[in-house]
Design a protein around this ligand. Structure first.
Ligand code: NAD
Ligand code: TYD
Length: 333
């Protein structure tokens, strides 16, 4: 099987590619990735060269997509602008990639007559005080990021119903693990704690997220790609829900720091209070999350401790300016 994996140089996409190629030595993968600030060639260095081709291109570029899709049996679309805080400050790229880019890929997969698996997020459902979202919960996104992902998801459904396209969606909860960009909560807190820097907790820190280890998500994606039905949505959640402040405390323990580093800073605009997801439908396909938070967070902290060469260049580049804009005036010294 030859797969087109878009956004495969990012955090989850590269985890998926490395895992799939390790498990299936006869597979080939074409990774089409724009290599934005979030996409890195190094993330794919461990994948065997004979099995992988990296095409640097935009998913919204019809010609590049048409060339890359040639001979592929399915598309798995991870490509997206993915960070809520950046979407609040500058939403344009989110609409362009997550909505228009998804549309271009859907057309190409439909025309090639192949399956399109859209990688989406529980954030499209909005916030839930009690209980858990199912696949039939209404779409009520809060941020420009989640609204643009919802736009992509709605196009997937429309392509399946209108053109009979073989398109389907997985919606995952918050992923964490090695190779995640330091803009996201867990790596940001791990790297700041290791450096003895302030830890910017938004508001009271009681916002709840459902944590899913990336390797677990990567295994769910193959199960849905193979056994999922066109036109359906499959939720993929992890085994634990935790308030952010608990996650930060766990990181402080693992890095040997104390709570004096915590800074409660101005809350995010439109901040969703709680995400909670029922993964029953995906579990019905034979998938189960294997990694509990205690184990996953230990593995994650150990990876960042042992992989300075990966994150040091990121922290010193574009990220520095982003960090200043995002946190500069909020944080105490
Ligand atoms: P990421 O930001 O680490 O990676 C995104 C990748 O997409 C990068 O390699 C980037 O270069 C590439 N990309 C961006 N715009 C592109 C474009 N126009 N054309 C081609 N490539 C482009 O994101 P991630 O955390 O790995 O998320 C991957 C997918 O999973 C996204 O669709 C995201 O919405 C979804 N998702 C993420 C999470 C999470 O917790 N991180 C949870 C649920 C769903
Ligand atoms: P994030 O990793 O941005 O993921 P998402 O917004 O997609 O859930 O944030 C996870 C949670 O952590 C979210 O409730 C916002 C919070 N958060 C902080 O408190 N401080 C931070 O510096 C960041 C980046 C996030």
């Amino acid at each position: 099987m030859k797969l087109l994996v878009t956004g495969g140089a990012g955090f989850i996409g590269s985890t998926y590619v490395r895992r799939r190629l390790a498990e299936r030595p006869d597979d080939e993968i074409v990774v089409l990735d724009k290599l934005t600030y979030a996409g890195r060639r190094e993330n794919l260095a461990a994948a065997p060269e004979s099995q992988i081709e990296l095409v640097e291109a935009d998913i919204a570029d019809r010609e590049a997509v048409a060339r890359a899709i040639d001979g592929c049996g399915a598309v798995v679309n991870f490509a997206a602008e993915s960070h809520v805080d950046r979407s609040i400050a500058e939403p344009d790229a989110f609409i362009q990639t997550d909505v228009f880019g998804t549309f271009v890929l859907l057309e190409a997969a439909r025309d090639a007559g192949i399956r399109h698996l859209q990688i989406s997020t529980d954030e499209v459902y909005g916030s839930i005080e009690e209980g858990s979202f199912t696949e039939s919960s209404p779409i009520e996104p809060s941020s420009p990021y989640s609204a643009s992902k919802a736009g992509g998801d709605l196009l997937v459904g429309a392509f399946q119903r209108t053109y009979g396209a073989d398109a389907l969606i997985v919606r995952a909860s918050n992923n964490y693990g090695p190779f995640q960009h330091p803009e996201k909560l867990i790596p940001l807190m791990v790297l700041n704690a290791m450096a003895g820097d302030r830890l910017p907790v938004y508001g009271d820190g009681m916002q709840v997220r459902n944590w899913l280890f990336t390797e677990d998500f990567a295994s769910a994606i193959d199960v849905v790609l193979e056994r999922g039905e066109a036109g359906e949505v499959y939720n993929v959640g992890g085994p634990e829900e935790l308030p952010n402040i608990e996650v930060v405390r766990r990181i402080l323990e693992l890095t040997g720091r104390d709570e004096s580093l915590i800074d409660h800073v101005t809350d995010r605009l439109g901040h969703d209070r709680r995400y909670s997801l029922s993964a029953e439908r995906t579990e019905g396909l034979g998938w189960r999350a294997q990694v509990h938070f205690d184990e996953g967070i230990e593995r994650t902290v150990a990876w960042y401790r042992d992989n300075r060469d990966w994150w040091e260049p990121i922290r010193s580049g574009e990220y520095r300016e982003y960090y200043e804009r995002q946190y500069g005036t909020k944080l105490g010294s």
